[in-house]
Write a protein that binds this ligand. Structure first.
Ligand code: DC
Length: 242
């Protein structure tokens, strides 16, 4: 295990809609690890900007807000009943950051170098002790290049759009599949083509394609591999994980 860690850092990266959140939560439950949802941090920056009337394209303004949020106690993030809860300046914003609009805002602000720099150290702090599953876009490539277990969870754009449509429909919103597919492609493009920390599989990340896998199968495969890594380390608890 890397310096100062007793248990592994597990990185799960991949595009929106590949099933990362569910898989991350289930993997963490199976291993008894904690979860860090890094997308929630970018979403919170987007929300904080909107509330402060700072445009998502104003790099200086957004960067200042991100740097301020990264200071201790401004933003708290924790898991409750399998959900990530975010408290911003004392207010629970867990639902407010989950809208389509904040997804778009997060995608825009996350392309700004000042924002990535501000959130980098915070993410490292959140995962540094190990026994943690971090989900995001650049965890295995930038935030924890030394993570003991790295996965790139993906699915075809069509499969991801269909999942998103079903999700929105279940929430009572009728949507056009073609339009959702275009949004999925647009977000992929933005996240993959940005010059800083683009969405990209780290060379040593294991590719898991969930197009033809059930959530259960993806979880099982990831847990098996993490246990392998954890168990290989002397003095680790990997073999005892549930
Ligand atoms: O996973 P999510 O949908 O909550 O992420 C929202 C946006 O944040 C996504 O479009 C890309 C960005 N993001 C990022 O750039 N790096 C991360 N580690 C996590 C999210």
């Amino acid at each position: 295990m890397k310096r100062g860690r007793v248990r592994p850092v597990v990185a799960i990266d991949g595009p929106a809609g590949a099933g990362k959140s569910t898989v991350t939560r289930r993997v963490a439950e199976a291993l008894g690890y904690t979860v860090v949802d890094t997308g929630a941090l970018y979403r919170t920056v987007a929300l904080a900007c909107q509330r402060a009337d700072v445009s998502w394209s104003d790099e200086r303004g957004v960067g200042e807000i991100a740097a301020e949020l990264a200071l201790e106690d401004r933003l708290r993030m924790f898991q409750e009943q399998g959900r990530t809860r975010v408290v911003l300046h004392g207010e629970d914003v867990s639902d407010a950051i989950r809208t389509q609009e904040m997804g778009r805002g997060a995608s825009l602000v996350s392309a700004l170098p000042a924002v990535r720099a501000a959130l980098l150290e915070l993410q490292r702090q959140l995962g540094r002790e190990g026994g943690v599953v971090l989900e995001g876009r650049d965890i295995g490539s930038v935030v924890f290049p030394d993570a003991e277990a790295k996965f790139f969870l993906t699915a075809s754009a069509e499969v991801r759009a269909e999942r998103r449509r079903a999700e929105l429909e279940a929430a009572g919103q009728a949507v056009d599949l073609q339009q959702v597919l275009e949004e999925v492609r647009e977000r992929d493009r933005r996240d993959s083509e940005r010059p800083i920390a683009p969405l990209k599989r780290a060379p040593d990340a294991i590719l898991i394609d969930s197009s033809h896998l059930t959530i259960d199968e993806a979880v099982k495969e990831i847990v098996r591999r993490v246990r392998e890594v954890a168990g290989a380390e002397p003095g680790s608890e990997g073999g005892e994980a549930r």
